[in-house]
Ligand binder design. Structure first.
Ligand code: ZN
Length: 204
């Protein structure tokens, strides 16, 4: 499967966690651990990061390259896009990971990833959340999810983000592996439906 990984935000932006931990830097560490894990699982992986752009320009640039890595939006390429982030709150109490989606297909994938990610970083009542307004989910063509890998402002979560980012990467990777056969079935069913439609149209 071809997978695009997005390091959330640009350098020195996004949320700030305990000890001044920056969201972009933490996401970069997780993504750089996740990419080789997914490649090891047989996937083709590209990492996208435009750290020096403005926030809005970065979102557009990431969506554009995910939709048309070869420069042609009619050529389907990536089957999955994963954006990596961490949450922040005014109080140290909120904790736990959740995975955001907009499409039904994204929801399936989000559930698979949340199963592992929220086991490592528990605390959210809704570990999978429908977020139709998140730019990177709203403006991308492939199945897309956005992982909020716990709260940088919570001591337990921040410790895992800072000291054990490989466990976060592994949880996301395991979720993708759980989702992969489900995705294969969805694609096979869609192809079968398209074939049937064609056959029925010919009979008319
Ligand atoms: Zn973020």
């Amino acid at each position: 499967m071809k997978i695009a990984l997005d390091i959330g935000h640009v350098a020195n932006s996004g949320s700030v966690g305990i000890g001044g931990m920056k969201e972009h830097a933490a996401a970069k560490t997780i993504v750089e651990l996740l990419a080789p894990m997914l490649r090891h699982g047989g996937h083709e992986v590209d990492v996208y990061d435009f750290p020096t752009m403005g926030n809005d320009a970065e979102l557009r640039a990431v969506a554009d390259v995910i939709n048309a890595p070869a420069g042609d939006p009619t050529v389907p390429d990536y089957e999955l896009a994963i954006s990596v982030h961490f949450d922040a709150a005014d109080s140290p109490t909120p904790h736990g990971a959740h995975v955001c989606y907009t499409s039904t297909k994204g929801q399936r994938c989000a559930r698979c990833v949340a199963r592992y990610l929220a086991e490592l970083l528990p605390g959210r009542a809704d570990t999978v959340q429908y977020r139709p307004k998140l730019y990177i989910l709203k403006h991308t063509i492939p199945v897309a999810i956005l992982c909020e890998c716990g709260f940088g402002t919570n001591p337990q979560d921040a410790r895992i983000i800072r000291e054990e980012p490989e466990r976060i990467a592994k949880a996301i990777c395991e979720g993708v592996m759980l989702w992969e056969p489900i995705w294969d079935e969805i694609r096979a069913a869609e192809e079968e439906a398209a074939r049937r439609r064609e056959e029925l149209n010919k009979e008319k």
